[in-house]
Design a protein. Structure first.
Ligand SMILES: [Zn+2]
Length: 409
C-alpha cells in the first residue's frame, strides 16, 4: 500500500486515543499564571507521562524559574525521535498554557470539562493549542507504530507561557541553546478552516499604556480639578486618528492587509459618578506592517503626549515596553515551506497558500534568530472565544499531514 494510505489508516486507528488525550488536555486547567491561572505543572506531568510511554529516544525537561506560581517554575518538555543519519531536527512546537475562560455566561458548557458533541470537542484550550499538540505528538506515535524512522530527527517541544510573552517558554529554551542552527520549526498555532493557509510572516507588535495624571475633585467643582478623563480621552482619540491616518500603507501578503491600531482596555478609575478622576488609563494594541519601525512610531506618539500634557495641564506618560519589530519572514522558497506544501497536497489534495498575519506566535521569537518557521494548522479560529472547540476531523487530518511531513524529513 502507498505510504499516504498507510499513514491515514494508522491515524484512524489512533483516533480513540487522540480524542481521549484531547479531552484530558482540556480537563486540566493550565491557564497562564499571569492571567490568574494555576500554570502548566499538572498538564505537563500528564503530557510527559504520555511521551514517556512511547518510543522517544530522549525526553528532557527545562523548568524556567518563576515565582508567579507556588511551585516556582514553568515546565517545558522536549522529546526527540532520532533519525537514521541525523544532521538536523524538525521541531513541532505547541504551547501548554491557556487563556482564561472569560465571561462564563457565554459558555454553553463548563470550559474546563471536555464535552464531545457532533464531531467536536468543546472546552478552553481544545483548539488553542490542544488540537495541534495532540495532532503533532500522535503523528510521531504513528511513525513509531509503523516502524518508520525518518532520515533526520523529529522533535516535539511543549512549552509554557505562550499567551503572555513566552519569557518562560520558547524564549527560555532559545536562551538555554536547546535548538541547532540547522533546525526547522512547525508551529501549528494559527490557521484557517480550509487548511490551506501557511503563515510565513507576522506583523510587528506594539502595545502601549497611556496614563494621564490630573487632579481629583468633586464633580460639582471642576474649577478645583484637572480632569484626567477628558484629557486622556481627547489624547486617545487624537492618537487613534493620527496612527490610522498616517501609517496606512497596505500589503496584500497580510490579512488584514494594513496595520491595525486599536484602543482596547480602559482601567477602572473612580467608583462613583460625582468624582472627577485624577487618573485615566487607556491601552492600545497595534499590529504594524514590517515596513514601519515601531520605535519611530512611538517617538511620534510621545511627542503628542507632551503637546497634550501642555494643552490640558496634565501629565501624560506612555509605557511602551511591550513592543517589538517583526523579524524577517521565512522565505517562500525555503525547503521547509516546500516540504509542508507537498505534505498538505499529498495528504489532503488542498493547494496551500502563504501569507502573513497580525497575531503573534512563538515563530517570531525563532525567526528573530534566523530559524525558519512555518505556522500551519486546520482551525475554525475559535482561540480565546467562548465555546472554543476543535473538530475531530481536523485533529486526524492535521496529524496525517504532520506524519507524512515527518516521514519525508
Ligand atoms: Zn495559541
Amino acid at each position: 500500500m502507498e505510504l499516504k494510505k498507510l499513514i491515514a489508516q494508522k491515524i484512524k486507528e489512533l483516533q480513540p486515543d487522540m480524542i481521549e488525550a484531547s479531552k484530558k488536555f482540556v480537563s486540566i486547567n493550565s491557564v497562564n499564571p499571569r492571567t490568574g491561572g494555576p500554570g502548566e505543572k499538572e498538564v505537563s506531568e500528564y503530557l510527559q507521562a504520555v511521551l514517556q510511554s512511547w518510543k522517544f529516544d530522549e525526553i528532557k525537561r527545562y523548568d524556567a524559574p518563576d515565582s508567579a506560581v507556588p511551585y516556582g517554575y514553568r515546565p517545558n518538555i522536549i522529546a526527540i525521535y532520532k533519525g537514521k543519519n541525523p544532521s538536523k531536527t524538525l521541531w513541532f512546537m505547541t504551547h501548554m498554557d491557556k487563556v482564561p475562560a472569560g465571561d462564563i455566561s457565554l459558555w454553553n458548557t463548563d470550559p474546563y470539562t471536555a464535552v464531545e458533541k457532533d464531531g467536536k470537542i468543546y472546552g478552553r484550550g481544545s483548539e488553542d493549542n490542544g488540537s495541534s499538540m495532540i495532532s503533532s505528538i500522535f503523528a510521531v506515535k504513528a511513525l513509531m507504530d509503523m516502524g518508520i524512522r525518518p532520515e533526520n530527527n523529529i522533535g516535539i517541544a511543549l512549552v509554557s507561557d505562550e499567551e503572555t510573552g513566552s519569557e518562560y517558554g520558547i524564549q527560555y529554551l532559545i536562551d538555554q541553546k536547546v535548538f541547532g542552527k540547522n533546525d526547522w520549526f512547525v508551529i501549528p498555532d494559527s490557521g484557517e478552516p480550509d487548511g490551506a493557509f501557511i503563515e510565513l510572516a507576522e506583523k510587528s507588535m506594539m502595545r502601549f499604556k497611556i496614563t494621564t495624571q490630573g487632579k481629583q475633585a468633586h464633580a460639582s467643582m471642576p474649577n478645583l480639578a484637572k480632569n484626567a478623563v477628558r484629557a486622556g480621552m481627547n489624547f486617545a482619540v487624537a492618537v487613534d486618528k493620527f496612527l490610522n491616518e498616517t501609517y496606512n500603507v497596505t500589503d496584500p501578503l497580510f490579512d488584514p492587509p494594513y496595520s491595525t491600531f486599536e484602543p482596547t482596555k480602559k482601567d477602572n478609575n473612580v467608583e462613583n459618578i460625582n468624582t472627577i478622576p485624577g487618573t485615566d488609563v487607556q491601552h492600545f494594541d497595534c499590529r504594524v506592517l514590517p515596513m514601519y519601525d515601531v520605535n519611530d512610531i512611538m517617538a511620534k506618539v510621545k511627542d503628542m503626549a507632551r503637546e497634550y500634557s501642555r494643552k490640558y495641564d496634565v501629565t501624560i506618560t506612555i509605557d511602551d515596553s511591550d513592543k517589538r519589530n517583526a523579524p524577517a519572514p521565512t522565505p517562500e522558497d525555503h525547503d521547509l515551506v516546500k516540504l509542508l506544501k507537498a505534505s498538505i497536497k499529498e495528504m489532503t489534495g488542498i493547494i496551500p497558500r502563504t501569507g502573513g498575519i497580525g497575531g503573534g506566535t512563538c515563530a517570531a521569537h525563532l525567526r528573530a534568530y534566523g530559524i525558519p518557521c512555518v505556522v500551519w494548522a486546520t482551525l475554525d479560529e475559535m482561540a480565546h472565544q467562548p465555546n472554543e472547540y476543535i473538530k475531530i476531523e481536523y485533529l486526524l487530518k492535521d496529524a496525517s499531514v504532520y506524519a507524512y511531513m515527518m516521514s519525508k524529513f
